[in-house]
Design a protein around this ligand. Structure first.
Ligand code: TXA
Ligand code: MG
Length: 384
């Protein structure tokens, strides 16, 4: 509240929503749940209000914000006058809105201030599906600019308590809507290129496979189906490299205060020798322990062979935060930031995370964890 003391409402009461909407209309910031992660919201049409987001997060001014809308009519208000939404976006919106998909549109600086778009020629817009987010935006009756509700560089919060820990005193109000379903951020898609292809600037809650199957379902002429371009180990797109794509992706990101090590069990490049789990853990204790018994956060799928291999090592205390089964990348995605933040807050000395396949939600998982990790270690899972 005004005294700088956040209020956590455990219930989606209309009183809390009305209060939050009034704060937005008074150009204050409000943290609120979305289906992806918690957002730090302010009136997207007001530069003074949105500048408070940059200040609270310590966010670089060249990193644009996503404007959140609750209706098609509100979307249209943000766009250039008489702008016709491209047919490919109509398909995507029909399939994935409301939901974790952000689309780039041509910006209209007369409506959305250039502070919000960081002077890009485009504006990123999404319609969230979380009922609290939608009600809040509709009640405020204005588009809400909202990055994830964390200090710049930290993992995105998936619970109100994560927001409270990080942003206490920096936000007027926090709405508690429980843990987020998706657990990592929306997919950012640019479909404005002349070649008609869709470029995934940030993988996220809507999967590339999901987009491809929506396009196949909707487009009769299979030759006309656009490609969905996304950077992977074996693919780089020139237009995406050249353009000032998603400015946020260039910054160090998603790191808890405690170091994170990414464990790879896939085949390493020819110059890297994989080590046994035992050898890796011996070196961790040798190099990182300060005499007392280390506590290590362990984030692996529950049916990963690494779980037994790691926990067999009893020279450290294990604090597990399991990632669902190997066949459930959606659960791994949901638990990633939650695990990093929960283990960090539990005071572990190190977090180790096992890689998962870059398929479905696994692509976004690996995108985030690669940025969070300070080090990559190859483990030979055929050895003990
Ligand atoms: O799921 C989400 O998208 C969450 C929730 C709160 O909705 N929001 C979120 O916002 O992740 P943020 O600010 O943490 O990430 C927005 C990303 C950044 O990487 C930013 O650079 C990119 O979207 N972005 C925003 N506007 C853009 C634009 N006009 N062109 C290219 N990238 C843009
Ligand atoms: Mg963020």
């Amino acid at each position: 509240d005004a005294a700088g003391k956040p209020v956590i409402s455990s219930q989606e009461t209309s009183a809390a929503l009305l209060r939050a909407a009034r704060l937005l209309n008074d150009n204050e910031t409000v943290a609120f749940p979305t289906e992806t992660v918690y957002g730090l919201g302010a009136d997207a049409l007001d530069a003074a209000a949105s500048s408070k987001i940059f200040a609270a997060k310590g966010r670089p001014p060249d990193n644009p914000l996503i404007a959140h809308v609750s209706s098609r009519e509100m979307l249209q208000r943000l766009l250039p006058v008489a702008y016709t939404i491209p047919p490919i976006y109509e398909i995507l919106m029909r399939h994935f809105w409301p939901g974790p998909l952000t689309l780039l549109f041509p910006s209209n600086p007369d409506v959305v201030p250039s502070l919000v778009t960081a002077n890009q020629s485009t504006v990123a817009i999404r319609m969230p599906s979380h009922p609290v987010a939608r009600a809040l935006i509709a009640l405020a009756d204005t588009a809400v600019a909202a990055p994830s509700a964390n200090s710049s560089g930290r993992p995105s919060p998936t619970r109100a308590e994560h927001v409270l820990k990080d942003m206490n005193g920096k936000v007027a109000l926090i709405l508690d809507g429980g843990p987020c379903d998706v657990g990592l951020e929306s997919t950012v898609v640019d479909g404005l290129h002349d070649d008609g292809n869709l470029r995934v600037l940030r993988p996220g809650g809507v999967t590339v496979e999901g987009i491809e199957s929506a396009l196949r379902a909707e487009m009769e002429d299979s030759a006309a189906i656009p490609r969905v371009l996304v950077h992977r180990r074996d693919f780089r797109d020139e237009a995406m490299e050249r353009a000032p794509t998603t400015p946020g992706m260039k910054y160090r990101h998603y790191s808890p205060t405690v170091p994170v090590v990414l464990l790879k069990t896939s085949t390493p490049s020819s110059t890297t020798q994989p080590q046994s789990a035992q050898a890796f853990l011996d070196s961790v204790v040798r190099e990182r322990s300060s005499g007392k018994r280390m506590r290590i956060g362990l984030m692996v799928p529950s049916d990963s062979p690494l779980l037994a291999k790691m926990t067999a090592f009893d020279g450290v205390e294990w604090v597990p935060h399991l990632l669902g089964r190997l066949s459930e990348p959606g659960i791994s995605a949901q638990r990633l930031f939650d695990g990093l933040l929960t283990l960090d807050n539990a005071g572990v000395d190190l977090i180790v995370v096992e890689e998962i396949k870059e398929e479905n939600e696994g692509l976004a998982f690996m995108n985030r964890v690669s940025k969070a990790a300070g080090e990559i270690i190859w483990i030979d899972s055929s050895q003990p």
